[in-house]
Design a protein around this ligand. Structure first.
Ligand code: SF4
Length: 459
């Protein structure tokens, strides 16, 4: 690699599509590249290198990618363009053929990107360096700080499940985990930089511990990870990004209920309320287990926020089965939905299944569930009005307002005041404004909560 001094003038910019895991990996790749002397600039700015971290779940992933490439080329037609991420692993040739793309790195190569930045001259056709996904059996840690108020800490990668609609195992490989001591040291690094909230991320984090030391055995469990992180000094909040219902054990729910740091917010993929469709999706639970998980959480933490992933339009989803999902969700004490419209993915079992649902029906069902999500979120927010909460304020001026989140994921806002960025305050939730956001009164105005006071307030 060229010496850092020669790269001092060179600018690099990043664009991330997809999940929290992708954001944490972009942040790590960016740190590696800037350590080589490159200067990081916003994606809208003129840069010498543009790195696009792609996603294979996003609908129209290819269209999105092309639009972003065009934007980069417009800023600097001479720039060197690199594509990494899940889509780059699944469709390397397709991305390499996009005008302006110079380099496509697959899952095993993305963290070695600095080895590919010796020669930044443009290529007529993108060079591809990717591999058979079986070779992606090693683990690379990553975390994001500074990009946002909260940090995304990767603890696990890949997945051994075989859900019939999903390409992630094909893009990220087998389930493997970071060594527990590495996770703890990353968490300490993050909190040492003043970040107040850490979001645990991965592909199937409930499977944490598998492949920790390069073998299939579980050296530690997800509960071991949670217990160890809870003891780390200086972390105010720990949030579990998403966890499979069959991997969310009673002990973990009980531990979170009694924890000082872990917040009462669970995001649990359901995908369908119909057992018949869950079988076709090859999910590892039935709807009854999901009901039990929600009941267990609400019994121990009545104020907990529960988010649900659900897919509409999966092959075989008749009107009847869709209504079964709708009624199932409507009957559950949950707080919001993330609704995904099913779309066929190459090399997945579902792509060749019978009972294809027309696109317009998929869209109609998606609209219905998004309407239900608005209703659920409103009901959850209303149930929290009058309660005392701790708010962590974010860093962006959103049309003259500063936003923040309570521990149980209620979104609040107040007039913009940069002195509140990344501070924790005790508030009483007051009412909901026309945008569906919560207004509040400060209980301990002007004095950001110290860690000790915060622990006390959270009890
Ligand atoms: S659990 Fe299923 S949906 Fe989730 S990443 Fe693994 S295969 Fe995909």
């Amino acid at each position: 690699m060229n010496t850092a001094t020669t790269n001092l003038t060179k600018k690099v910019a990043f664009y991330t599509l997809g999940c929290k895991l992708n954001f944490s990996e972009t942040a790590t790749i960016a740190r590696d590249i800037t350590a080589e002397g490159f200067e990081r600039v916003p994606f809208e700015a003129r840069a010498d290198i543009y790195v696009i971290n792609t996603c294979s779940v996003t609908e129209n992933a290819d269209k999105r990618f092309k639009t972003i490439v065009k934007q980069a080329i417009k800023s600097n037609p001479e720039a060197f363009l690199v594509a990494v991420g899940c889509y780059a692993q699944l469709k390397p040739e397709q991305l390499a053929a996009v005008d302006g793309v110079d380099l496509v790195l697959g899952t095993t190569e993305k963290f070695k990107i600095t080895d590919y930045l010796n020669d930044l001259s443009k290529n007529d056709f993108g060079q591809v360096h990717s591999c058979e996904i079986e070779e992606a059996d090693f683990y690379v840690g990553s975390y994001s700080v500074g990009d946002r108020t909260r940090a995304f800490l990767k603890v696990q990668d890949g997945c051994d499940y075989k859900c019939t609609y999903c390409t992630i195992p094909l893009a990220r490989g087998i389930s493997r985990s970071d060594a527990l001591e590495n996770v703890i040291s990353n968490a300490k690094d993050i909190s040492a930089q003043g970040i107040k909230e850490i979001v645990l991320t991965g592909v199937n984090i409930g499977d944490y511990g598998k492949g920790e030391f390069g073998n299939k055995k579980h050296e530690h469990t997800f509960l071991d990870l949670v217990r160890a992180l809870d003891k780390v000094e200086g972390i105010h909040r720990l949030r579990i990004s998403s966890i499979e219902p069959n991997l969310l054990k009673d002990e973990t729910i009980r531990f979170v209920a009694g924890s000082n740091c872990f917040v009462p917010h669970f995001h649990i993929p359901l995908q369908s309320g119909s057992n018949m469709l869950l079988k076709l999706m090859r999910r590892r639970y039935m709807s009854e287990l999901y009901v039990d998980r929600v009941a267990q959480i609400k019994k121990l933490m009545p104020h907990a926020c529960i988010g649900v992933d659900v897919i509409v339009g999966f092959p075989g989803e008749t009107d009847q089965l869709f209504l079964e999902t709708y009624e199932f969700l409507n009957s559950l004490d949950i707080s919001y939905l993330h609704v995904f419209t099913y779309s066929e993915r190459d090399n997945t079992a579902a792509a060749t299944m019978q009972g294809v649902v027309p696109k317009n029906i998929r869209r109609k069902r998606s609209k219905m569930l998004r309407g239900l999500s608005v209703k659920k979120r409103r009901a959850f927010y209303e149930s929290q009005l009058g309660s005392e909460q701790t708010v962590l304020f974010e860093g962006e001026n959103k049309e003259g307002y500063i936003h923040g989140f309570t521990a149980n994921y209620v979104k609040v806002k107040m007039p913009w005041d940069p002195s509140y960025i990344n501070t924790l305050h005790q508030v009483r939730l007051k009412d909901i404004d026309d945008d569906g956001m919560v207004r509040f009164n400060f209980i301990q105005k002007q004095q950001a909560l110290t860690n000790a006071a915060m622990q006390e307030a959270l009890k």
